[in-house]
Design a protein around this ligand. Sequence first.
Ligand code: ADP
Ligand code: ASP
Ligand code: MG
Length: 815
Amino acid sequence: MKVLKFGGTSVGSADSIRSVLAIVTAAYQAGEKPLVVLSAMSGITNLLTQMAEDAAEGKPFESGIKVLEEKHFEVVRKLIAVKFQNPVFTKLKLFFNEIEDLLQGIYALKELSNQSRDLVVSYGERCSTFLVSKIAEQHLEEALFVDASHYIKTNSNFGHASVNDEITDQLIRALANTNADKLMFVTGFIGSNENGRITTLGRGGSDYTAAIFGSVLNASAIEIWTDVNGMLTADPRIVKKAFSLPVLSYTEAMELSYFGAKVIYPPTMIPAFLKKIPIIIRNTFQPEFEGTVIQFDSGKTSYPIKGISSISDISVINLSGSGMIGKSGFSGRLFTLLAREQINVVLITQSSSEHSITFAVHPDDARKAVQLIEAEFELELEANKLVRPEIENDLSVLAIVGENMKKTPGMSGKLFAALGRNGINVRAIAQGSSEFNISVIISKIDLAKALNAVHDAFFAELKKTLHVFNLGTGNIGSTLFKQLENQHDFLSDKNDIDIKVVGISNSRKMVFSESGINLGNWEADLNENGIDADLPLFVEKMKAMNLPNCVFIDNTASKVPSSYYEDIFRSNISIVTCNKIANSGKYEQYKSLHDTARKYGVDFFYETNVGAGLPIVRVLKDLMMSGDRIIRIEAILSGTISYIFNNFKDDASFYDVVMKAQELGYTEPDPRDDLGGVDFMRKMLILARDAGHAIESEDVDLGAILPEACLKADSVASFYEELKKEDAYFEALKAKAKAENKVIRYIGKLENGKVAISVQLVDETHPFYSLSGSDNIISFTTERYKERPLVVKGPGAGAEVTAAGVFADLVNVGA
Ligand code: ADP
Ligand code: ASP
Ligand code: MG
């Protein structure tokens, strides 16, 4: 059997309850014999607590009852067939009446004991679990509502009760025996003491309930279904780059949750640990994600730590004085005292001189702790052997956790360097005796910054792993995969960069693998394991996988992907693309994309938009950044046109040359796509924009190579016919060039913010005169390169060089 526990958000609305039941039904039908443990609907435990506190203070609480009713009744209306609704409404109404009576009592007495509080909040789990069991019953008649307070027996420490294992064991076993064929829906969080008074197991305690049931019934797994992809490296609400951990040891999970990773309640690990039952944290809203397995072995990882967690609100008490020197009994007395009074000491540090002890407690306990200390050490205080303790507030604890830490030197150095570089002051330090954690106390206002800085230090800087999502598997995409595969070991060994392609999509299929797709076998993987291609879903999945250092590569020529770029940047994912469309559309879009990338601190690299792998975009950027001023840019950026003009000489007719170029695969299927100059125009447009000019494609003066009739032909065949007819026109051009000792070139020029592209005849003094084959050439005339322009020349097309350009961009991401 298996325990499935669903948290507050999972049962928080009709929609999410639908997902819960789909998961439960699947497990049930797969013969996994699930036992379901449920939390209160999200927000309800807090609401009930608030109402009880209001009542005790004599404030009105009735509006809370309304909220309670509305939240539960809405689900009844949506998920229970009309004919079955009445008894459910009646039972819930009964629960609400009981709550109201209780609150009336508290209101009358103006007193709220821990015992009454537990009773009030216990209704949260009872209402939700009853409700969900009734919804389930419509399809699964074996569904049975179980109030766990009858089976989990505890002491009377209300609010934080400890479980009596022996009796609980017997009761749960008996329950399971009598209901062997039932599908039990069990309330989380609650138990009862020996007098049958309701107790609770501590906030977040439904996880613990799941572990108790799982342990008694020897479950094969305890699944904790929540609203995130398992345990992440840090709190995802604060650290955007936090990513899911596939495996944790019980100890690591315990340490992380103890220091604030609320996704699992620390005591949950104990029963599971004792019986070696794996706990699996999974996401109700993304059930296909494997989640985090918590088990005995901490698993292999390339990182020295597993995660970083934090408690945002902590108070620190400092004790110092000569009376403490050499008095070994002192700390014993201190901590026995605090334990006896149930004050939880989160963290302790002691200076090596033993002159002072600093310890951290929950802010609510601070005052009481000081009073206790003052009473206990009255004599020492009077004799001035101890300085009167003071409380420091507004502090937080940050802890780094991982079993690997023990084996890796320099961990605290790295931690403090990261904090120091970011100007964060460390108030106190503690290292757990297990060496599985190092914790520091810092100012609360620094917490978010500290978490992010430390996360970067441990997870980004190390071996930089780039997680790549590649769209497009045509010539360039597939060549890139080949190059990545060949270079993988070199990059990893020499440059400390590990590039993992974790998502691939073409127009038919898409496939994902968090551990990296084997690039030697990507095609088969995509075809055999891929699901139907769906770009919006690809983008959603990319975000949901929530991996650090993510790069989206657009290796397509399609218009569609560019409409997702902004959204991708906003998810802190960089983009590398050879696709020109985004940058050569409306200026508005160009600007907005660049602004967004800058705002979110991600990279937008598109070197291959101009001149394939040649460093053109980068050179222009470097010139601009170093304060140079661009006077003029001249360029030949169409390899196809270069090839055609270079071969248009002697006896060859223009027609023959174009034909030959097409045969050799140098042109697009319709050669006019090259000869029309639009592609060239786009490249010039991008350069002009990168040079700081807000221009649109309509502003470009695009001179034609072809006479009107050729352009207007309605098919490729008739285009060639027209081209043949224009023989005289091209022959005249050739003759003129020859007579003047010049060559024909199609040249783009940017000057004074204007872009023009035209057919020109140039003589041997011109740098473009000697351009051969299908090469590209660009010359930058700038304030610094005025006499002799800076020239970049080389092959400007082809899958091999373009893929290499994409590769170079990729390696530079985050650099
Ligand atoms: P449930 O209601 O399902 O029990 P909780 O709210 O108790 O869920 O716990 C899940 C939440 O824990 C997440 O939504 C997340 O915001 C928070 N959280 C804090 N630290 C972490 C972490 N390291 N990994 C995952 N979630 C975390
Ligand atoms: N409902 C309880 C709480 O909010 C228990 C739980 O959800 O685990 O703390
Ligand atoms: Mg929880």
